[in-house]
Ligand binder design. Structure first.
Ligand code: ZN
Length: 394
């Protein structure tokens, strides 16, 4: 079939369909309420065939950044696992550059966790760029230069020895445009550090079904995908590979990374077909669907016993459950979320409220996350609420 969005790597439109992903989005949300996940016939890259433009994504990240809340978002410094991960990445970059005088630009810097960790390894010439003004202020509060902006907007030319995009490129609609932009920011002999989730290993690290098919991740890189993208711009891979990020106690997340340098002479790059990725993603889809079916049985069971429920959690999994399971037809009294960025939003025309607003609601609470459900159950008990607590996987 023909895709609506060209393959972000090889720019062809002949693709095979893998899955239709749907989301129930809060009212006024600028992103699409679904897309097909497809695989490119030519290069084997897997991507979301979405018509949402780069401009829409820029607007989204400026206004809706979940990373603004330093306590619940990633890319910050307040979560100990996140901080350890940032320190490891900073150590990797420092070991590669071997020059504390090098200037580093972190694009999509969120709350500045990586920049802070880089400063602790001795790097002082640092700058963060992020579309969210709240994130920029968090970085400035650390005493580190930061600007509001994004890829595709004008910025210092030929100014940096190293440009970092850590868990940013999977969010970008125009990946080649991103590379053009990066190139213009680099000094001669500059280095690009890229790190993204490793789509070839999603299946080995499933904590929630289809967690990587979310509203924000629209490119699914393996190391081959990254090499094909960056190679097309005349860079060569100096060092790269896979890594497992620690995201919780005994919880890991697969990533790929690489350091690229510009070749002295223009080189003809040969597009390499990723033959492995499609199979791995198909396995991931099958396994995720099994988990989703089990969850659906639990929700149907809960709804057969209760007329109305409260839903705690409005994140990526909730948005899928609301469109793909029995939850789609449930009588939901209220949505609850800890992240202040969500409060006051409407999901299915029902307001998202703070935990405090739950007092007096007499209905079971369904916790719609598989990552933080135990901590939320503890929180509910501490609040002395007597509501029945239901997990998705019990
Ligand atoms: Zn392709």
């Amino acid at each position: 079939m023909k895709s609506k969005r060209l393959c972000p790597i090889c720019e062809m439109s002949e693709v095979d369909f893998l899955r239709s992903q749907k989301f129930e989005l809060p009212a006024g949300h600028p992103l699409a309420s679904g897309y097909d996940v497809v695989v490119c016939d030519q290069c084997g890259f897997v991507f979301a065939d979405t018509v949402v433009t780069q401009a829409d994504y820029d607007k989204f990240y400026a206004q809706y950044s979940k990373y603004e809340d330093a306590k619940t978002g990633t890319g910050g410094v307040d979560n100990p696992f996140d901080w350890k991960r940032q320190q490891e990445t900073a150590r990797q970059i420092a070991d590669f550059l071997q020059n504390p005088k090098a200037s580093i630009l972190d694009v999509g810097c969120a709350n500045g966790g990586l920049l802070k960790a880089l400063r602790e390894t001795g790097y002082m010439s640092l700058c963060g760029l992020d579309p969210s003004p709240v994130c920029v202020n968090h970085v400035l509060d650390l005493g580190i230069e930061a600007r509001q902006g994004s890829l595709f907007q004008p910025f210092h030319e030929s100014a940096y020895d190293c440009v970092v995009l850590s868990h940013t490129l999977e969010h970008v609609a125009d990946a080649h445009g991103a590379l053009d932009w990066i190139e213009k920011r680099l000094k001669p002999n500059g280095v690009v550090y890229l790190e993204t989730p490793d789509a070839s290993r999603y299946v080995d690290f499933i904590y929630a079904p289809f967690q990587d098919f979310n509203t924000e991740h629209i490119n699914h890189f393996s190391l081959i995908g990254l090499e094909n993208l960056v190679g097309a711009h005349g860079f060569w891979l100096a060092e790269g590979g896979q890594k497992d990020l620690t995201i919780g106690a005994d919880m890991f997340y697969p990533a790929v990374f690489g350091f690229w340098k510009k070749a002295d002479l223009p080189t003809a790059t040969i597009l390499k077909k990723d033959k492995n990725l499609r199979l791995k993603i198909e396995k991931y889809i099958a396994r995720s669907q099994q988990i989703m079916n089990d969850i659906d049985l639990n929700i149907a069971n809960l709804l057969s016993r209760n007329r109305s429920i409260i839903v705690w959690g409005t994140g990526q999994l909730s948005m899928k459950l609301l469109s793909e399971t029995s939850l789609a037809h449930a009588d939901i009294l209220a949505f609850v979320d800890n992240n202040p960025i969500n409060h006051g939003e409407l999901l299915r025309n029902i307001p998202i409220v703070t935990p405090d607003a739950l007092d007096g609601f007499d209905a079971p609470i369904l916790i719609t996350t598989l990552l933080h459900h135990k901590a939320i159950a503890e929180q509910i008990k501490r609040m002395n609420l007597k509501n029945e607590i239901v997990f998705l996987d019990e």
